[in-house]
Design a protein around this ligand. Structure first.
Ligand code: HEM
Length: 475
């Protein structure tokens, strides 16, 4: 029996064939709540058979560290296949991934990231201006609506060298990404939708195809245009110049110049990488900044400290943002870190064992799915204290913060091990610029509190059903 290894691992009651599938009926919100309750109940490791799959869930930081750092566990879990981006960095299997990551790492080097700060700044100014149109309105605005368009523009301008600021279709892309993410995630705990054949018969599948068509209609022209330009450059042999060839390039250029055995990558591979970076780069950052603004609106005293730091770092009339000024905003960094702890926008990640391995004292065979709940890990009272559910940026005061030193895997908002987030430094810079621009311009408030029903759910990113509702007043 394939599942014999799991017989001594604790877990909820399961039934033949369906396993624990009966636990996950109802809304997405309910499903996510049940998942989180299980992770709270079993503090080490538990098994979760779901139809044909046995999932081993990890709550303990030591076990999480083992899983994320051992090479025998570096394939992605079966549900990443639902993304239908098999060649992209997020879902590629280990052997392919090693090559891709090596070739794409240079597109995230320090020099390139610093050169993006002016793009982040320009896109954030546009966001602030758009928000301003809502000022004085009775009803609060949903911060995500604004951050989503902004981060999409940032990713296109930085990684794709393409300006979509006034593209009327930009909002369509944000909407499509969100819809696709929700459909993909709805398959993760729904055994009936594991089979691609069965899924293809559903309305969700047809909706996903419709959204993909919309997405491609906006993104394909960007891709084809840039490919044409790069082919032209090649013709005039610029790329063959040794120095140019070695210079790190932005993501899309790196991709279009990548060669394997003297051949360009296949179009399907390039598209998978492109859509992966757009999805992984824009949706995540947009949601995270929406959480930051919403928490600042909820905690005026924290917001005032962020604002006085902005005043002490920047001239009164112009916010000339540079790498140095951003580095000087250490309190803002604490606020971002604390938001990443309480509301990590990539809450559930999964791996699959490539070879047999030991997790603690349990022998796990090859082909087993491992599931990690980052949200639950970040809110464990035994690791973070009784006030783990409260927002307290002082927790990350560098002079006192030591949780990380004793066990770095108690805090993993960007994942961990070799397959951690390739864009985490990009994200930190982009978030700092966005928050600086908004808080520098507006005073934020909200009537919501962390005790209200927040209706969290999982749609690749961590969704807030209540909405990131805030009111703004010009400073
Ligand atoms: C606040 C923002 C972000 C958060 C919280 C975040 C979080 C994460 C997490 C948790 C993972 C690990 C996924 C796993 O283990 O399966 C990941 C991977 C990844 N992220 Fe991010 N991310 C953010 C921003 C970005 C940005 C801005 C980019 C690109 C511009 C990006 C690109 C990626 C890619 C390509 C991977 C896959 C890496 C690999 O397997 O080699 N992310 N991210």
């Amino acid at each position: 029996d394939r599942n014999k290894f799991a017989k001594d691992i604790p877990g909820p009651k399961s039934y033949p064939i369906i396993g624990c599938a009966h636990l996950f009926v109802g809304s997405e919100e309910r499903t996510f709540r049940v998942v989180c309750e299980l992770f709270r109940k079993y503090t080490g490791m538990f098994r979760l058979p779901l139809g044909p799959k046995t999932i081993v869930c990890l709550s303990d930081p030591e076990l999480i560290q083992q899983a994320l750092t051992t090479s025998a566990c570096q394939n992605k879990a079966f549900f990443y296949r639902f993304l239908e981006m098999d060649y992209g960095l997020v879902s590629a299997q280990y052997d392919d991934w090693k090559q891709y990551r090596k070739m794409l790492n240079p597109a995230f080097n320090q020099r390139i990231l610093v050169s993006f700060i002016s793009i982040f700044s320009r896109c954030s100014d546009t966001m602030v201006e758009r928000m301003g149109r809502e000022e004085g309105h009775e009803r609060p605005l949903d911060a995500l609506h604004y951050t989503a368009q902004c981060t999409l523009e940032m990713v296109c301008a930085s990684s794709l060298k393409s300006d979509i600021t006034n593209d009327p279709h930009a909002n369509v892309v944000c909407h499509s990404l969100e819809k696709i993410a929700a459909i993909i995630s709805s398959r993760v705990f729904n055994v009936l939708l594991y089979s691609d054949l069965f899924f293809a018969l559903t309305e969700r599948y047809r909706e996903m195809q419709r959204q993909r068509v919309k997405l491609k209609a906006v993104m394909d022209p960007i891709l084809f245009k840039r490919r044409e330009e790069i082919n032209q450059q090649r013709l005039v042999k610029i790329v063959e110049d040794e120095e140019n060839y070695r210079k790190p390039m932005v993501f899309l250029d790196q991709l279009l110049n990548m060669q394997r055995n003297g051949q360009d990558l296949a179009m399907e591979e390039i598209e998978n990488h492109l859509y992966t970076i757009i999805g992984a780069g824009s949706e995540t950052t947009a949601n995270q900044v929406a959480y930051i603004l919403w928490l600042l609106a909820m905690h005026p005293e924290v917001q005032e400290r962020v604002y006085s730091e902005i005043q002490s770092v920047y001239d009164a009339d112009k916010q000339d943002i540079s790498y140095e000024t951003l580095s000087a905003q250490s309190y803002l960094e604490q606020v971002i870190k604390e938001t990443l702890r309480l509301f990590p926008v990539g809450p559930l990640i999964g791996r699959e064992t490539i070879e047999p391995m030991k997790l603690g004292n349990v022998s796990i065979p090859a082909g087993v799915t491992i599931l990690i709940n980052i949200l639950n890990l970040h809110r464990r009272k035994d690791l973070w204290g009784d006030r783990a559910d409260q927002f307290d940026p002082d927790r990350f005061d560098p002079s006192t913060y030591d949780a990380h030193k004793s066990q770095p895997y108690t805090y993993i908002p960007f994942g961990g091990g070799p397959r951690n987030c390739i864009g985490y430094r990009y994200a930190m810079l982009a978030m700092k610029v966005m928050v600086t621009k908004v808080v520098g311009s507006y005073q934020l408030s909200t009537s919501l509190t962390l005790n209200d029903p927040l209706k969290l759910s999982f749609a690749v990113t961590l969704k807030l059903g209540a909405g990131h509702l805030i009111s703004i007043k010009r400073r």
